[in-house]
Ligand binder design. Structure first.
Ligand SMILES: Cc1cc2nc3c(=O)[nH]c(=O)nc-3n(C[C@H](O)[C@H](O)[C@H](O)COP(=O)(O)OP(=O)(O)OC[C@H]3O[C@@H](n4cnc5c(N)ncnc54)[C@H](O)[C@@H]3O)c2cc1C
Length: 374
């Protein structure tokens, strides 16, 4: 009998396994043959502390200390690398730019058109009014972070079982029995970190439904124009639209920021979405897309209020939700894992969450959960 069974070995489950393995025996299971195959391996890998609503921003910032300075034996390279980000405004967006600048206070710096095109020489000058620069934005080495969590969990005695999809959950007096494709596992507490599939796991347990909606996001990797050194190019957002461009290992990751609702699945790109994206990129910049080095899509899963779902289920005993990470799951992983441990072992949020004014209710499944009998 394990103390904790965590379903889903993406970044959320791996981080929770790392933290929980100092409190008991952990089994971390995933249906896939590779941890991180779904959303975790398909992200933009950014730490953006001013992205999302107020609650999301607070939770992300509570991860920063760990991401910036993980324990010495966690991994051999830095997790965060300075990148910076600029939000580019087009002519006509003077008012929107002033409003955003006022909102960001000292964290935002205004750039004029010359400074903006020096930072990103492939932007078409006639499309640029100026930009707002945020120095605190960093790239995240997602693989190092994920492997650090998994390796740390193993060192602490935890067990990772890949190709072990959960197909059923049964409640017994002393805990849970999880039915796997080839066997079963017993555990006192089940943690549902199944990403886009979290509501499916909830149904197996007779838990509430959190109304999770997976949304497809498309991305491509292209070469920069010849002669452009990407080392000092920041991530680039565009005011009023969702598209973005991010330097990524000598190439440019470009996304339309699409959010099409879909069923949980191994999501693939849509040809039309990619064609429209390439057209937008060639109009907005001097980049000529001769070849797509890579194209992919990933799922960002949201509940109705956009906040994550972290807490015990209100109807299924010893069933804990760690879901609804939306577009922030990598940067929230460390603080959410600490919240998971604290809620499971002490029935309260960690001190830094409480001091930041985060209430249990704001992230609890009970705030949005609906039970079939309701
Ligand atoms: C294009 C894109 C860009 C993004 N950019 C960023 C970013 O810059 N910064 C950021 O912080 N976040 C970003 N995100 C969001 C981030 O990727 C996700 O929030 C995060 O990866 C979610 O992690 P997870 O562990 O909850 O889910 P997943 O990584 O999807 O893991 C869930 C796991 O559960 C497993 N599973 C499901 N059902 C079962 C079952 N029945 N039995 C066993 N295992 C099961 C799956 O196989 C999967 O491995 C982005 C996402 C996308 C798609």
């Amino acid at each position: 009998m394990f103390d904790y069974l965590i379903i889903g070995a993406g970044i959320s489950g791996a981080a929770a396994a790392y933290e929980l393995s100092t409190h008991g025996n952990v089994a971390l299971v995933d249906a896939e043959s590779r941890a991180g195959y779904h959303s975790t391996g398909r992200s933009a890998a950014m730490y953006t502390p001013n992205y999302g609503g107020e609650l999301i921003r607070k939770i992300c910032r509570l991860s920063h200390a760990f991401l910036d300075s993980p324990p010495a034996d966690f991994c051999s390279q830095p997790i965060l690398r300075h990148r910076g980000m600029m939000t580019v405004a087009s002519p006509g967006q003077e008012q929107a730019m002033a409003l955003k600048l006022a909102e960001g206070g000292s964290e935002y710096v205004a750039l004029d058109v010359d400074q903006t095109v020096v930072m990103a020489p492939f932007l078409r000058r006639q499309n640029v009014l100026g930009a707002i620069y945020e120095a605190a934005v960093a790239s995240i080495d997602v693989d190092a972070l994920h492997q650090g969590f998994l390796g740390g969990m193993r060192k602490r005695g935890g067990t990772l079982l890949l190709e072990h999809g959960v197909t059923g959950l049964h409640r017994r007096t002393d805990g849970w029995v999880a039915i796997l494709e080839d066997g079963q596992i017993q555990a006192k507490v089940v943690i549902n970190a199944a990403g886009a599939w979290a509501d499916e796991i909830g149904r197996m347990a007779g838990a509430v439904s959190i109304g999770l909606v997976p949304k497809r996001r498309t991305a491509i990797l292209v070469d920069p124009p010849e002669g452009v050194d990407l080392a000092s190019v920041p991530a680039i957002d565009f005011m009023g639209i969702n598209s973005y461009i991010i330097p990524n290992a000598g190439q440019l990751m470009v996304s339309p920021g699409d959010e099409s609702p879909v069923e949980p699945q191994d999501i693939q790109t849509d040809d039309m979405e990619v064609a429209v994206l390439v057209d937008w990129l060639e109009n907005q910049t001097s980049i000529e897309v001769r070849h797509l080095n890579h194209e992919w899509a990933g799922l960002r899963s949201f509940v109705s209020d956009g906040a994550p779902v972290v807490g015990f289920d209100p109807v299924a005993d010893d069933f804990f939700w760690l879901a609804g990470q939306g577009g922030y799951g990598i940067m929230m992983s460390s603080s959410q894992a600490r919240a998971t441990v604290s809620l499971i072992t002490e029935r309260q949020l960690p001190g830094d969450f409480i001091n930041s004014g985060i209430g249990e209710w704001e992230i609890s499944p009970a705030r949005i959960g609906e039970h079939e009998a309701d």
